[in-house]
Design a binder for this molecule. Structure first.
Ligand SMILES: CC(C)(COP(=O)(O)OP(=O)(O)OC[C@H]1O[C@@H](n2cnc3c(N)ncnc32)[C@H](O)[C@@H]1OP(=O)(O)O)[C@@H](O)C(=O)NCCC(=O)NCCS
Length: 178
């Protein structure tokens, strides 16, 4: 299937308690295991909501979301100043409401065809254009090292330099930047 056909065909479906995901194979075993074995428990426990990207019956990618908080780190003043620059003076706080992309993976077979980007656009759309139940200003992710260029291409920024040598790095995206 061409890249264009994939992007035109894919549906985004919320994972429900009674849904089975029978197979999913991305490059990352932990992310595969989460979807196959844990995602419904996280849903039942109100800890994360998972969304599946489906082409017909096949799950081609998924992501999960949880509420989060972007908290001021006093040792990263320039970053905080940049964040605050787009927030009116009288609304500036030490923390802002956010949503965390807890997990995100594209099946190996479909990697590099724009599905990751489609996921980011879908999440932005959920929190900007769809009816809101709570304020949410930022997207957050603890990005795997291998996925840093992907998030950078999607305009996520690093929150701190303190995690620059870690296995994951915290990144954020300001929804008002769109
Ligand atoms: C990272 C991942 C989600 C990217 O999904 P994808 O569908 O392959 O990415 P896309 O095709 O939408 O790529 C979007 C852009 O990011 C770039 N990109 C994606 N992965 C990249 C990588 N590893 N290195 C450099 N650039 C990358 C693409 O070139 C593309 O750039 P363009 O818009 O200029 O063409 C996918 O490779 C994956 O599931 N990896 C394993 C799990 C993982 O690391 N998840 C992230 C957890 S934090």
């Amino acid at each position: 299937m061409s890249t264009e056909a994939i992007l035109n065909t894919v549906d985004i479906v919320k994972l429900e308690n009674d849904m089975e995901v029978e197979s999913f194979e991305s490059e990352d075993r932990d992310l595969n295991d989460f979807l196959l074995n844990d995602a419904r428990d996280y849903l039942k426990s109100l800890l994360a909501v998972t969304y599946l990207l489906k082409i017909g019956d096949e799950t081609v990618a998924y992501f999960s979301l949880s509420n989060d908080n972007l908290i001021k780190n006093d040792s990263e003043r320039p970053v905080w100043n940049r964040i605050n620059r787009f927030i009116p003076n009288n609304k500036r706080r030490r923390s802002y409401p956010a949503v965390k992309i807890g997990r995100l993976a594209v099946a190996k077979k479909y990697a590099g065809k724009g599905l990751g980007k489609r996921i980011i656009l879908a999440i932005q759309n959920m929190y900007i254009n769809e009816p809101q139940r709570a304020g949410c200003r930022f997207l957050m992710v603890d990005a795997y090292r291998g996925a840093l260029p992907f998030y950078q291409k999607n305009d996520f920024k690093f929150l701190t330099e303190q995690d620059s040598a870690d296995a994951t790095r915290t990144m954020y995206f300001d929804l008002k930047a769109i």
